[in-house]
Ligand binder design. Structure first.
Ligand SMILES: [Zn+2]
Length: 287
């Protein structure tokens, strides 16, 4: 259907820094100039497009062959103790999905929320019920956007690999967004070819091999402490073994979108893409 199924494609979380003027529409042209292929549109701070802008983004992305995904607002917290906040979280995810559909966006990433006083199994139960309702509403509206629940980097946030996979296993239409930097920040040891491969094998075992052929991935350098993630870093300033990560993805035959969340955005996205293409070429010759 699109290039995402032929291997990995690379892009940025939000508008590339070198886009001028800094708008989503101009970002599409800038990504094309840079040789990148996807963009995660950040709907994170309640930013809203007009219908006309959404249609223009959709058309331009199609013309240029840029694959769009989106990230729902950070304020979403389905686990809040306040019923009003839980309700507004549902509304925010629904309205993001409606806007995504209008822009021709297929994948929408979101966070589950903070455990607060909920034990992890209770949090899982709340999210399961909430997401089933949201997906049912979207499907009744003929909205085809795929909701992608992200693995999170802070220990106070819902989203260990096991939690995300278990919910995706339970809810057929829910898919994961695998943020490997978050997994590393949270679990401390998930860094290296073997460890990355183990994660991919676990995903395939729980959700089926096909899931690896349409994965949605987040990556950046990361600083972390006892409580998990502190902040994102550029790849070369951090100790995440991103070269081995690219090799593990390639060797496992993973296809999909790699969204770079480093502060340097496009510079690191290009660095990852160059490494992937060179490694792909080298592997071809070798076999
Ligand atoms: Zn996120």
């Amino acid at each position: 259907m699109n290039s995402a199924f032929k291997g990995l494609i690379f892009g940025t979380a939000g508008i590339p820094l070198s886009t001028s003027p800094a708008s989503t529409l101009h970002a599409l042209d800038r990504l094309k100039e840079l040789g990148l292929s996807c963009l995660e549109v950040e709907l994170v701070r309640g930013f809203r497009f007009s219908r006309e802008t959404a249609m223009a983004i959709r058309r331009r992305a199609e013309e240029l062959g840029i694959i769009l995904s989106a990230h729902a607002p950070y304020s979403i917290n389905f686990l809040s103790a306040e019923p009003g906040k839980r309700l507004s979280s549902q509304e925010q995810l629904l309205s993001s999905a409606r806007l995504a559909e209008l822009c021709g966006i297929r994948n929408l990433v979101f966070h589950g929320g903070f455990y607060g006083t909920n034990p992890p199994d209770k949090a899982l139960e709340i999210l399961s019920e909430t997401l089933k309702n949201i997906i049912s509403i979207l499907r009744s509206e003929k909205n085809r956007v795929i909701l992608r629940l992200e693995t999170m980097g802070k220990k106070s946030q819902f989203g260990t690999l096991e939690e995300i996979l278990s919910l995706c296993q339970e809810i057929e239409e829910l898919q994961p967004c695998l943020d490997f930097s978050h997994l590393y920040a949270r679990e401390g040891e998930l860094n290296g070819y073997q460890q990355f491969s183990r994660v991919l094998n676990k995903v395939a075992k729980k959700l089926g091999e096909d899931v690896l052929h349409d994965l949605h991935l987040h990556i950046s350098g990361i600083e972390f402490g006892e409580k998990g993630e502190i902040k994102h870093l550029n790849l070369k300033e951090a100790d995440l073994r991103w070269e081995e990560w690219i090799m593990a993805l390639h060797d496992r035959g993973v296809a999909g979108r790699v969204i770079c969340e480093s502060p340097s955005l496009e510079a690191d996205a290009l660095c990852l893409q160059n490494l992937y293409l060179a490694y792909k070429e080298k592997s071809k010759k070798f076999f």
